[in-house]
Design a protein around this ligand. Structure first.
Ligand code: NAD
Length: 508
C-alpha cells in the first residue's frame, strides 16, 4: 500500500529545469495532486532550479498558471494551493556552476536541522540530456545528512541517443551512484492501463494458458498521434520516431505483453523478466532491416478543416530532413512462448487518430462449422487493450445476432475504466513520483534494460542514418501512415487494427 502523508519520510524534491515545460505541465501538477490526495509527506520542500530571474513568489505564480491549465484536478483551490506552495522555493542557478550545488547543500542542511529526520532528497533532472553528466557529478558530491541511500536521482528521457551514448551515461551514473539510487523514467510505465497489464496477466488464471504461440496468432502495438511536432522541431529533428517513442515507450509495453511471470512483484524480479524479452527479440542483420522496419515522414495536408505544414516545413526542421516521423517494425521473440508469433509495432505523428492500443489476435477456430452466409462478419477472437484516449480492455468474441437466422457477429466484452471506476485515475507522473519517494523502482528502467533496447535497434539506426530516404515525405497528414507500413503487415495476411472512435473521449 502506498504510504499516506503521516507515514512518508520528509522529502526534498529538487527540479533541475524547474522553469521548463515538463515541470509546469506534469511535475508540479503531479506533486500537487499527490498533496490533495494526502500522499505528500507532512514535511517536504520543492526546490525549482532554472536560469530565469524569478523570486519565490513570481515563480509560484508561473507554476500556478501551468497548474490551472494542465492539472487533472482543474483550477486550484486558493487555500490548498497556498498550503502546498508554501513548500516551494526557487533557486535561480546555472546547472554547470558549483555555486548552485553549494546553495542546494545549504537548503538541504537547513531542512535537516528543522525536521525530525534527515530528508530523502530526490533530484529530478528535467533538463536537456547534455546537462545529465554535469548535474549528476555535482549532485554526487553534495553532503547529505542521511547519507547516500537518502539521495535519488531521476533521469528523464532521452537516455542516450544510441547504444554507445547510453552506455557512457550508464557508466558515469553507476560510477557516482548505486543502481538503487538511479530512477530512469519512462512515463508510459506509470500509465494505469499499462500497469494493469501485470494485473491482467498475472492475477487471472484465465489468460496465462492461452498466452503463447499455440493460441496467439499475432500481436500489434500501435501508438499514434494526431498532432505534428508542434514547436519541438529543434529537438525532434535530431531524434525522430524511433528514438522518441519506439526505443522506450513501445518496447516497454511490448515487454509487459511478452514477459514471463516473475516469481514475485519485487522490482528486480519484474525488471529481470522485462529485460529477458528484450534480449530474446531477434536481431536484424543489415539485409533484414528493410524487410522488418519501415519509416515515414509526414507531408502537409488538411486536419479538421485547417491546412497544416509538412514535416520539412515545420519550424526548426531541416528542409531536407531525413528524420522519420513514423516507423513500423515486425519483431519476433525467440523463446518457447513466442516462437514464430509476429509482433507488429508502429508509431507516428500527424496520423488520423491519437491512440495507444495493444491488439492481441488469437488463432482461428480449427474447423468452421457455420455456413458462409452466417459468418460474413467473421472476426478471430481479439483482445484489445486501449491505453489512450479510452482506457479499456475489450475481448472480441463471436456471438449469434438476435433473430431467426444463425448469423454470427463479433461483439465486445468490455472493461471500461471510466465506467467501472468513476473516480479519475492518477496521472502517470503521480504514480512515478510517489514510487520514487517510496524507493520503489519497479516501474523505472534499469541500466541494462535501456542498453538492451538500444542494442536491438542499432542495426536499424545505422541503416537509416546511412541511407537517405528518397521518398520522404511519404504519407499525408491525417492518414494512417505510409503505404509501406500497410505492406509490412499485409504481406503476412493481416491489417493494422484501428480503434473505433468514441464520441466522448477523455483527455489523458
Ligand atoms: P524546456 O526546454 O522547456 O526546459 C528546460 C529547462 O532547463 C528550463 O527550466 C531551463 O531553465 C533549464 N536550463 C537550461 N539550461 C540550463 C542551465 N545551464 N542551467 C540550469 N538550467 C538550465 O524542456 P522540457 O520540455 O521541460 O524538458 C526537460 C527534459 O524532459 C528533457 O530532457 C526532455 O527531453 C524531457 N521530456 C520532456 C517532456 C515534455 O513533455 N516536455 C516529455 C518527456 C521528456
Amino acid at each position: 500500500m502506498k504510504k499516506k502523508a503521516n507515514e512518508q519520510k520528509p522529502t526534498i524534491f529538487t527540479i533541475f529545469g524547474g522553469t521548463g515545460d515538463l515541470a509546469a505541465r506534469k511535475l508540479i501538477p503531479a506533486l500537487y495532486n499527490l498533496f490533495l490526495d494526502g500522499y505528500m509527506p507532512k514535511e517536504f520542500t520543492i526546490v525549482g532550479l532554472g536560469r530565469t530571474e524569478y523570486n519565490d513568489e513570481s515563480y509560484k505564480e508561473v507554476l500556478l498558471d501551468g497548474l490551472n491549465k494542465y492539472s487533472r484536478s482543474g483550477v486550484a483551490d486558493p487555500a490548498k494551493w497556498g498550503e502546498f506552495s508554501s513548500n516551494i522555493i526557487y533557486l535561480q542557478s546555472d546547472a554547470s556552476k558549483e555555486k548552485t550545488y553549494k546553495d542546494l547543500e545549504q537548503i538541504i542542511a537547513d531542512r535537516d536541522e528543522q525536521w525530525a529526520e534527515a530528508a530523502t532528497v530526490i533530484h529530478y533532472l528535467s533538463v536537456a540530456p547534455q546537462f545529465f553528466p554535469v548535474i549528476s557529478e555535482y549532485i554526487s558530491k553534495i553532503k547529505m545528512a542521511g547519507g547516500k541511500e537518502k539521495c535519488r536521482i531521476v533521469i528523464e528521457k532521452p537516455f542516450g541517443r544510441d547504444l554507445e551514448t547510453a552506455k557512457e551515461l550508464n557508466e558515469l551514473l553507476q560510477s557516482l551512484f548505486d543502481e538503487s539510487q538511479i530512477y530512469r523514467i519512462d512515463h508510459y510505465l506509470g500509465k494505469e492501463t499499462v500497469q494493469n497489464m501485470m494485473a491482467f496477466r498475472f492475477a487471472n488464471a484465465l489468460f496465462e494458458p492461452i498466452w503463447n504461440r499455440n493460441f496467439i496468432e499475432h500481436v500489434q502495438i500501435s501508438v499514434t498521434e494526431d498532432i505534428g511536432i508542434e514547436d519541438r522541431g529543434g529537438y525532434y529533428d535530431g531524434s525522430g520516431a524511433l528514438r522518441d517513442m519506439l526505443q522506450n515507450h513501445i518496447l516497454q509495453v511490448l515487454c509487459l505483453v511478452a514477459m514471463e511471470p516473475p516469481v514475485s512483484f519485487n522490482a528486480d524480479e519484474v525488471r529481470n523478466r522485462r529485460v529477458d524479452v528484450l534480449k530474446a527479440i531477434r536481431r536484424f542483420g543489415p539485409e533484414e532491416v528493410k524487410h522488418n522496419a519501415v519509416r515515414g515522414q509526414y507531408a502537409g495536408g488538411w486536419v479538421g478543416g485547417k491546412e497544416v505544414n509538412g514535416y520539412r516545413e515545420e519550424k526548426g526542421v531541416d528542409p531536407n530532413s531525413n528524420t522519420e516521423t513514423f516507423c513500423a517494425f515486425k519483431f519476433f521473440i525467440d523463446n518457447w512462448r513466442w516462437q514464430n508469433v509476429p509482433f507488429y509495432v508502429r508509431t507516428g505523428k500527424r496520423m488520423h487518430q491519437k491512440s495507444s492500443v495493444i491488439s492481441i489476435q488469437f488463432k482461428d477456430v480449427p474447423h468452421p462449422i457455420f455456413p458462409s452466409h452466417a459468418s460474413e462478419n467473421w472476426q478471430q477472437n481479439r483482445l484489445i487493450i486501449s491505453i489512450q484516449p479510452e482506457m479499456s480492455i475489450r475481448l472480441q468474441v463471436q456471438a449469434k445476432r438476435p433473430g431467426l437466422d444463425m448469423i454470427l457477429n463479433p461483439v465486445d466484452m468490455v472493461f471500461d475504466y471510466d465506467g467501472t471506476y468513476p473516480k479519475e485515475s492518477p496521472e502517470a507522473y503521480e504514480t512515478l513520483l510517489l514510487d520514487a519517494m517510496e524507493g520503489d523502482q519497479t516501474l523505472f528502467m534499469r541500466g541494462d534494460q535501456v542498453e538492451a533496447a538500444w542494442e536491438l535497434l542499432m542495426p536499424v539506426i545505422d541503416n537509416w542514418e546511412g541511407r537517405k530516404s528518397l521518398n520522404f515525405p511519404n504519407y499525408p497528414a491525417d492518414s494512417w501512415g505510409p503505404e509501406i507500413a500497410e505492406a509490412l503487415i499485409a504481406k503476412d495476411g493481416f491489417h493494422w487494427f484501428t480503434m473505433p472512435v468514441k464520441s466522448k473521449s477523455k483527455k489523458k
